[in-house]
Design a protein around this ligand. Structure first.
Ligand code: SF4
Length: 270
């Protein structure tokens, strides 16, 4: 008999129909009880149903509730085979999570799990040779969306063998633009929603070169939250260079002191 194992197969405890043969249930329960050990017979609960595993009905999985502590929502599955006029044999005994079971989340590869800000000093994050965001510079130029740059850089790469090996391709440009636009430097950021004006008219906006320059720049205002960050042209904040305070917001003059300690007192002459 195979040992008790677990599997993440999405089988539920629902029966698949068909007539339940009490002899199969008894054989499955006996095998399961033997598998969990005589001291753990309480781990095996009531019979929940069966799942047909073969079209001719000779192979089925008998399902039992799991009463083992810590396995809420799991159930036992005992696969049995019963050929005509033959004895009932047991294929395997497994513990299977049901819909309500607490299971580990699906595994996500490290490369897909990493998020901006996860890198620490000294960490390396190699980029795949097949990364669709990058294209060979010798073929596309330094800025694939700028035809002039394309021609110039191609020439340089050809003549001197200089230039970057790869550069951001159209896919990479689109992804970056979407990310920046939807991020804290885009028009949807709370600070931009209540801004008096947009970055495109702000004197602190440092313009980018290349195809993304139409939509994005870098904030160069050391007093602004976005200083040093990419901002979209329709982003904005209250530190816009042309912001002026309304009269009512200007500092009010200080009232006359009640007790003047600043002006020299006149000396009384006798
Ligand atoms: S100071 Fe504000 S409005 Fe000006 S560029 Fe920076 S984020 Fe945009």
């Amino acid at each position: 008999m195979s040992p008790v194992t677990t599997t993440t197969a999405p089988t539920t405890a629902a029966a698949s129909g068909g007539t339940v043969d009490p002899a199969l249930v008894d054989a499955a329960r006996a095998a399961l009880t033997e598998e969990v050990g005589p001291g753990n017979a309480g781990d095996v609960g009531r019979h929940l149903g069966q799942v047909a595993e073969s079209e001719d009905g000779t192979v089925s999985s008998q399902l039992f509730a799991c009463e083992r502590a810590g396995y809420v929502g799991w159930h036992w599955s005992v696969t049995v085979v019963h050929l005509a006029d033959g004895p009932v044999t047991v294929d395997e005994v497994v513990l299977i999570p049901g819909d309500a079971a607490i299971v580990a989340p699906p595994w996500v590869p490290y490369r897909d799990r990493i998020r901006p800000g996860d890198l620490s000093p000294g960490d390396l994050l190699p980029v795949s040779d097949e990364d669709p965001r990058l294209v060979p510079t010798y073929a596309f130029g330094d800025d694939p969306l700028d035809p002039d740059a394309k021609a110039q850089i191609r020439q340089v790469a050809k003549d001197l063998g200089l230039g970057r090996v790869r550069t951001l391709g159209p896919v990479g440009h689109d992804l970056a633009a979407q990310r920046w636009y939807a991020g804290p430097g885009g028009p949807g950021a709370p600070i931009a929603q209540s801004a008096p004006d947009h970055c495109h008219s702000c004197g602190f906006l440092v313009r980018l070169a290349g195809s993304l320059a139409e939509s994005f720049g870098v904030c160069g205002n050391g007093d602004a939250n976005d200083d040093g960050r990419v901002v979209s042209m329709d982003h904005g904040c209250g530190a816009h260079s042309e912001v002026r305070l309304a009269k009512k917001h200007e500092p009010q003059p200080v009232p006359e002191p009640v007790w003047d300690t600043l002006t020299p007192d006149e000396i009384e002459l006798f």
